[in-house]
Ligand binder design. Structure first.
Ligand code: FES
Ligand SMILES: [Fe+2]
Length: 432
């Protein structure tokens, strides 16, 4: 059923009615009450990406992050198990950890020194005699989220009854497996993060990771700053092999470089880009063989796909793109650069080249992210006018077809991925 958005009804409609198959009312970007519901019905209900295992390399490693608006600490305990703990002391609620990452034996609250283990257990209370007969330490561990990982991607959820992570990911797993092939046989490793904030709703960024349509327009300056081979590689606008699949549960995958979808599928015909000649020589000197060099160099720009996981992470070409909603019109984005975990003779040159590519697009002086962010700011400013006027997500609606795997599929410039995400949004916002 189509419900009309009108100035008279727009503020009465339920959030779930604001999302239709081909359009979304602008109110979903601007209404603080909708934002509150999203935080509880989406961000505190489903699996949220919190870290990559390489960020917690040893027992005692930790990383601070957020699940929705809840500050959490992701830890690796002495036995190697990973925990996601709410960063809030059980005594009177002080935050326990203000460091972004590091190593610790546990966490001691700076206020009255209650101390907790890496697994969240309450280990010690100063002057414990006042607590005799009042409470037991066993009941006062840190609040713990369910935590599961897939291929080193760590997710956490507040919902103890959520479906297992692997079920939630479903067919995403195939594409995540392919994403990790860019390590050329070595594990991927987080190198560092560019972080920035924009004055706009989180869903604007969620849409953007699956938006191939804006690429040649917004990223014109980037396209003109790269060599011809790279520009050609990303000229997917009229390539029918460049597709987008709806993978279910709000997830989707969009391919910009179809030849790199599966980096193991290589008929040897694609020449390596001459800009990497120096890198090839260095890798050869470092002892890598030709087949391995070819794998690593072909993967320099990643997999040429954006795998968009609802609601907060994209495995985007060669990096992770993570979003954190702050308020209805404020969002933090992290672009997490990836390298390979290999002997230094190989990891070093690869790291240097990948970081240069990352800075060139994602960095604060890069050509890509500032242009995207300008577009997102403008969507938010524009959406303040006429909250009943729809945002269109109808591109390619009539040319969607089912892939043999059953995924609704259209061209990469179509809005199939956004429709997938909004369908999940609507489902989650309809409950309760
Ligand atoms: S608030 Fe943490 S020990 Fe008192
Ligand atoms: Fe972009």
């Amino acid at each position: 059923m189509t419900i009309d958005f009108t100035p008279a009804t727009i503020h009465q409609l339920e959030p779930s009615d604001l999302v239709q198959e081909d359009r979304v009312a602008a109110r979903v970007y601007t209404d603080p009450e909708i934002f509150e519901r999203e935080m509880t019905q989406i961000f505190e209900k489903t699996w949220i990406w919190v870290a990559h295992e390489s960020e917690l390399p040893k027992p005692g490693s930790f990383k601070s992050t957020y699940v929705g608006r809840n500050s959490v600490i992701v830890t690796r305990d002495r036995k190697g198990a990973i925990h996601t703990l709410v960063n809030r002391c059980r005594h009177r609620g002080a935050s326990l950890c203000e460091k972004p990452r590091g190593e610790a034996n546990g966490f001691t609250c700076p206020y009255h020194a209650w101390s907790y283990g890496l697994d969240g257990r309450l280990r010690g209370i100063p002057y414990p005699d006042g607590y005799e007969g009042v409470m037991s330490k066993d009941e006062m561990g840190l609040h713990k989220l369910r935590t599961e990982s897939y291929r080193g991607l760590i997710f956490a959820t507040f919902d103890q009854d959520a479906e297992p992570l692997e079920e939630f990911l479903g067919d995403v797993r195939l594409w995540a497996d392919r994403f990790f092939k860019q390590g050329g046989g070595y594990p991927l490793k987080v190198l560092g993060t560019h972080r920035f904030r924009f004055r706009g709703n989180w869903k604007i960024q969620l849409e953007n990771t699956t938006d191939g349509y804006h690429f040649p327009i917004v990223h014109r300056s980037w396209m003109s700053s790269v060599d011809g081979e790279t520009a050609d590689m990303l000229s997917f606008m009229t390539d029918p092999a460049s597709t987008c699949h709806d993978l279910g549960n709000g997830h989707s995958v969009m391919h910009m470089v179809p030849a790199h979808i599966d980096l193991d599928a290589d008929d040897g015909s694609e020449p390596l880009q001459p800009r990497f000649d120096g890198l090839v020589a260095e890798l050869r000197e470092g002892g890598a063989d030709d087949a391995q060099i070819r794998k690593l160099v072909r993967a320099m720009h990643g997999t040429g796909s954006n795998l968009n996981l609802f609601p907060n992470v994209g495995l985007s070409s060669a990096f992770f793109r993570v979003l954190r909603p702050v308020s209805v019109d404020e969002t933090i984005i992290e672009h997490v650069a990836l390298g390979v975990d290999a002997p230094e003779e190989i990891a070093g040159p690869i790291r240097r080249e990948r970081l240069r590519i990352h800075e060139h697009f994602q960095g604060p002086f890069g050509f890509g992210t500032p242009d995207d962010a300008e577009g997102w700011d403008r969507v938010q400013r524009g959406a303040q006018a006429c909250p009943e006027m729809p945002i269109m997500v109808n591109r390619g609606l009539k040319r969607e077809a089912d892939a043999p795997e059953g995924w609704a599929t259209s061209h990469s410039t179509d809005e199939t991925g956004m429709r997938a995400a909004y369908r999940m949004w609507k489902k989650m916002m309809s409950n309760g």
